[in-house]
Write a protein that binds this ligand. Structure first.
Ligand SMILES: CC(C)(COP(=O)(O)OP(=O)(O)OC[C@H]1O[C@@H](n2cnc3c(N)ncnc32)[C@H](O)[C@@H]1OP(=O)(O)O)[C@@H](O)C(=O)NCCC(=O)NCCS
Length: 175
């Protein structure tokens, strides 16, 4: 049976392997997403509740992590979250696991009082979850990215009202 649950320390090496295998299978290849996760866990703002795994009773087949970002426009700063990374094992893709992980993380984020999330990813996947081009909200990436892959979504009604400016990621992202 599929279960989405909070990460445990004993999952760390399995999660690292899952992320490596999953991203090695993508067009862009593996780009240190496992190291990114390690570094995010070391950040003082890291919250365990915002890191989950999907388990099928035998193996870990998915993983997702939300970490804090700030959107800064002059003296105006708003805190939100970024979804990075999200990974479902290649042989478990296209069966709804990614959607379940995202839904669970969104609910947890809402319960913790966060109002919006951003993601850099497939423009044909994330819009179905409510993501839209971040540029449409006046949210800018600190590094050059194609407009359609850099997306934002309100977690609650009006969650992106008044949110505009440059995204500041955790130091873990090196951006
Ligand atoms: C992106 C990812 C997390 C989606 O997880 P998932 O469990 O497969 O997604 P779901 O089953 O919830 O949703 C299925 C949809 O995702 C998309 N998708 C999933 N796997 C895909 C693949 N290998 N190639 C293209 N599209 C894919 C499709 O649009 C699919 O919808 P469809 O079956 O109606 O065409 C997963 O494919 C993954 O880990 N990919 C590699 C890592 C990655 O690229 N992560 C970040 C993406 S920006």
């Amino acid at each position: 049976m599929l279960m989405i649950r909070t990460i445990r320390q004993s999952d760390y090496s399995n999660v690292s392997n899952l992320i490596r295998t999953t991203f090695a299978n993508t067009v862009n290849g593996y780009r240190n997403e496992a190291e990114l996760v390690d570094k995010i866990r070391d950040d003082p703002t890291y919250q365990k509740r915002l890191e989950v795994v999907a388990e099928n009773g035998v193996h870990l087949i998915g993983h997702g992590l939300l970490s804090e970002i700030e959107v800064v426009d002059g003296a105006h700063t708003v805190t939100g979250l970024v979804l990075a990374p999200l990974a479902v094992a290649p042989d478990s893709q296209r069966s709804g696991v990614g959607s379940l992980i995202m839904g669970e993380l969104d609910n947890r984020a809402i319960n913790l009082g966060y109002k919006f999330t951003i993601v850099t990813g497939w423009p044909d996947y994330y819009p179905r979850f409510g993501y839209r081009n971040a540029s449409g909200y006046g949210i800018k990436s600190p590094t050059p990215v194609p407009d359609d892959v850099f997306m934002a979504k309100p977690l609650v009604d009006g969650g992106l009202d008044g949110v505009h400016g440059m995204v500041h990621y955790l130091q873990a992202f090196n951006m």
